[in-house]
Design a protein around this ligand. Structure first.
Ligand code: IPE
Ligand code: IPE
Ligand code: MG
Length: 261
């Protein structure tokens, strides 16, 4: 087992990490979901506008995607904009849309160079056409990549996702493609935005709040939750590692009993 443990001052491929140790590489969560919260408060704390925090948050995402990939995480789902975030001032909403658009342009080469496959969850309705176009472009350009899946939640809400799935199921049933007795967990999951992805094993929420905020309601049924007071722009690789180490100490029972208990 020792050969599978990182020791202090180890370099994970080209990502140097000061305190990488005691991580079991045979037990890395396949899918990590992150509620990237606290951008606005991080900026305000330094006397800057909230938008400054969103830009900084996008940089943190870049670092964490890279690091997660090096550790062997297969899917990283990141909550970028919720169906409820439209309630914010129009100037902030516009800034986030422009930031997303710029991010998808500036990062595309990096995604290609690092074999990152980009996907999205959420409703495309109501998004600016330029954002929709950049999203399609990112999907198209990275669809054959075989490295980490970066699954960005944009105009995403877990409740809306479930309602959308139910509507499609009813339509298919009306067309005779499906009957009530056919519906089970895996059939239902095929109607969700996350189809073909495993459920998150680990859910990380920075920013100090202990709530789900409508993120992946169906998929996180048995996810392990890890939170930190640190705001997302200040979230580090070391914290990500802490979350993984904590995950590795958890006893996942899925409602059953583990051997010997
Ligand atoms: C998360 O940070 C990003 C989005 C919701 C778009 P916030 O903007 O919610 O920052 P806080 O939570 O207000 O500090
Ligand atoms: C969750 O954060 C949404 C994103 C991180 C994109 P919010 O800031 O919207 O959540 P609440 O309002 O604190 O629940
Ligand atoms: Mg918030």
């Amino acid at each position: 087992m020792l050969k599978n443990l990182f020791r202090a001052s180890t370099t994970i491929k080209d990502v140097p990490v000061a305190e990488v140790k005691d991580v079991d590489l045979t037990h890395i969560p396949q899918h990590v979901a992150i509620i990237m919260d606290g951008n606005g408060r991080w900026a305000k704390a330094q006397g800057k506008p909230r938008t400054y925090g969103h830009s900084a948050g996008a940089k943190t995402l870049k670092t964490i995607v890279r690091f997660a990939d090096k550790l062997g995480v297969k899917v990283l789902s990141a909550y970028a904009f919720s169906t409820e975030n439209w309630k914010r001032p129009i100037t902030e909403v516009n800034f986030i849309m422009e930031l997303l658009s710029r991010y998808l342009t500036s990062e595309i080469q990096d995604f290609k160079d690092n074999n990152v496959q980009v996907r999205f969850m959420g409703s495309r309705e109501g998004l600016p056409p330029v954002v929709n176009a950049k999203m399609n472009h990112a999907i198209e350009e990275t669809k054959n990549n075989t490295g980490i899946v970066l699954n960005l939640a944009v105009n995403y809400g877990g409740q809306a996702e479930i309602i959308t799935a139910v509507k499609k199921i009813v339509q298919d049933a009306k067309l005779g493609a499906l009957s009530p007795e056919d519906i089970n967990n895996s059939v239902f999951e095929n109607y969700l935005y996350s189809r073909n992805l495993p459920p998150p094993d680990l859910l990380i929420r920075p920013g100090g709040d202990f709530r789900i905020s409508n993120f992946m309601l169906w998929q996180i049924a048995y996810a392990e939750i890890w939170t930190t007071e640190t705001y997302w722009p200040a979230f580090t690789q070391e914290m990500f590692l802490e979350a993984i180490k904590d995950f590795q100490r958890r006893d996942r029972r899925y409602g059953g009993l583990n051997a010997g208990k």
